[in-house]
Design a protein around this ligand. Sequence first.
Ligand SMILES: Nc1nc2c(ncn2[C@@H]2O[C@H](COP(=O)(O)OP(=O)(O)OP(=O)(O)O)[C@@H](O)[C@H]2O)c(=O)[nH]1
Length: 360
Amino acid sequence: MHAKIPATIVTGFLGAGKTTLIRHMLENAGGRHIALIINEFGDLGVDGGILKGCGIEACSDDDVVELSNGCICCTVADDFIPTMEALLARDTPPDHIVIETSGLALPQPLVRAFNWPGLKTRVTVDGVITVLDGPAVAAGTFAADVAAVDAQRAADDGLDHETPLSELYADQVACADMIVVNKSDLLGDGTAPLVDRLRGEARAGVQVVPAAMGALPVDVLLGRGQGAEDDIAARHEVHHHHHHHDDDDDHDDDHHHHDHGHDAFESFVVEAPEVTDPAAFAARISEVIRRHGILRLKGFASVVGKPMRLTVQAVGPRVDHYFDRALGGDARGTRLVVIGQAGLDRAAITADLVAQPAAA
Ligand SMILES: Nc1nc2c(ncn2[C@@H]2O[C@H](COP(=O)(O)OP(=O)(O)OP(=O)(O)O)[C@@H](O)[C@H]2O)c(=O)[nH]1
């Protein structure tokens, strides 16, 4: 029998740097043929748009599969398993499979899927890599807001869980074989204490490493041989305490579908005319994000008179923008996906984003 094909799961909250880490990995793949499965929240295909056509030899466009029907943890049977089976059925299957979950996905159902009969004998989870936004974790962004949780509990006796953010964070960390404390460039001296703290909190044997722009040696990321699917009980799902910690590996994830945190988040796409001044546009986006409490915003735009595609990436109020490639056949204009906690004022956000200052 052939050796099982290793699959690495890259998880972590919205904007933590998963795509950036994967891109660095592909650029340094050292001859490995890697297939990518990308799952994104918000239907603009930004991550795929960034990773596809990046001209990296390790991974051709055919090797990038986008799963866009919601979060991968909820569509395991419908989307993920058939996609894996199709990859495995190829004439030349990849050497390694890398799966980027959406920032809102719970990794446990995905790991568990590797125990399904059609996959179990052919692939194994080489490792779960959880990418953390170091500055956000240090700032306590994911810590349960005690007052808010208490208010929520008071409002609904049936709820016995943390905030959606802290649940996701806890689940993503609990599932990790390796925790990447990313954006160390922004964290500076705060990096080492955070790494130490997380080492203290992690399961035994979990590696905690700092990184900037996800730049880690490929040999550290791939080839861990963890076999995470055999070890699911250790990767305790922390949320939904009222489920009595049933780690019975019964493949029945339905109870997670209905009431886990996804409903607490929403995304929508804003279309706008071409950008006149990229710097002013980025400043406006930052302001809109602050005003409306947007968690994540990303997309592509064209700039009046310019042939290149402008990529816009915002995590919290920090906005990156850069020209990454020729527009080619892409329509001119601006398309952005906006992600936040449910209840975003879509009309106001759209109006604020579309209203650009007149060209200088
Ligand atoms: N300063 C700094 N910026 C980073 C670092 N890593 C990623 N970024 C930036 O953070 C933004 C989000 O990075 P992505 O790699 O797209 O994050 P992601 O986790 O794939 O995001 P989602 O798929 O939306 O969940 C981009 O603008 C990156 O350039 C880092 O280490 N330092």
